[in-house]
Design a protein around this ligand. Structure first.
Ligand code: BTN
Length: 242
């Protein structure tokens, strides 16, 4: 598959680069910007993204949409997480989960993350920058709950091999999103990390234990604490690894 790609050696963040470029030109749907080094890789909720050396994949895809409502934004996030999950699964022989809302988990550790930034006009998502970081060859991390394809036993030979797999899976899942959105929701729930397990979350500075019951169509976590159901937005609670 031909990939419309801008390959950079070093940049602050591929998402920032894409966003600056979008101010002056329209990049075609599916354009991907990659960097071997990010000096200021960004994660979700203003966090930094450490896994950004040449050993890993740091890439931002540009997507355009004709009919994607802001109200359906979470299902688009789910489609991206599923394409990334599938791509990791294509390269290792282990179970791969999606930790709500969209971290990818192998062996109870994070292997990849997603940072989506949408361009909205009225009720519609017109375009989106989909930043993806995947740990591929790195074997040592300062964050204890991190892993890589290499540590998970993959025989992958280059970061570009992963990029090709992911590119194909992303475009395929976006087609599926248009045609069968309900399948996306079903698949997401099938791969949800620690669904129905007793887990701990930090909420309002307090640790709460309960069970993940699912995720609603707005992307809120459905969490049961004793006999009551709580709906949490992403960012409202913090995951406690234990
Ligand atoms: C997260 O898990 O917090 C999201 C991590 C997203 C990292 C990627 S790396 C490529 C792209 N450019 C960035 O600055 N961030 C995303």
């Amino acid at each position: 598959m031909e990939i419309n790609r801008i390959s950079l050696f070093e940049i602050d963040s591929t998402n920032n680069y894409a966003s600056n470029l979008m101010k002056s030109e329209t990049l075609p749907h599916g354009t991907v910007i990659t960097a071997q080094f990010q000096t200021k890789g960004r994660g979700q909720r203003e966090n930094s993204w450490e896994g950004s050396s040449h050993q890993n994949l740091a890439a931002t895809w540009v997507f355009h949409f004709d009919h994607l409502k802001v109200a359906n934004g979470f299902i688009y996030n789910q489609a991206i997480a599923l394409a990334l999950r599938q791509s990791i699964h294509d390269w290792i022989n282990q179970e791969v989960f999606i930790k709500w809302p969209n971290d990818i988990i192998v062996n109870d550790k994070k292997i990849a993350g997603i940072l989506i930034e949408n361009y909205i006009l009225g009720d519609d998502i017109k375009s989106s920058l989909c930043g993806i970081g995947v740990n591929i060859f790195q074997t040592q991390f300062s964050f204890p709950q991190a892993t890589s394809l290499m540590l998970a036993g993959s025989d992958i030979a280059s970061t570009d091999s992963f990029l090709e797999t992911l590119h194909e899976n992303l475009l395929e899942k976006l087609e599926e999103l248009k045609l069968h959105p309900s399948l996306i929701r079903e698949q997401y729930l099938l791969h949800l990390y620690r669904a129905k397990d007793l887990i701990a979350l930090k909420h309002n500075e307090q640790v709460t234990r309960g069970y993940i019951q699912g995720v609603d169509e707005w992307g809120r976590l459905i969490f049961s604490i004793e006999n009551s159901i709580h709906l949490f937005q992403s960012g409202e609670v913090q995951w406690i690894w234990e």
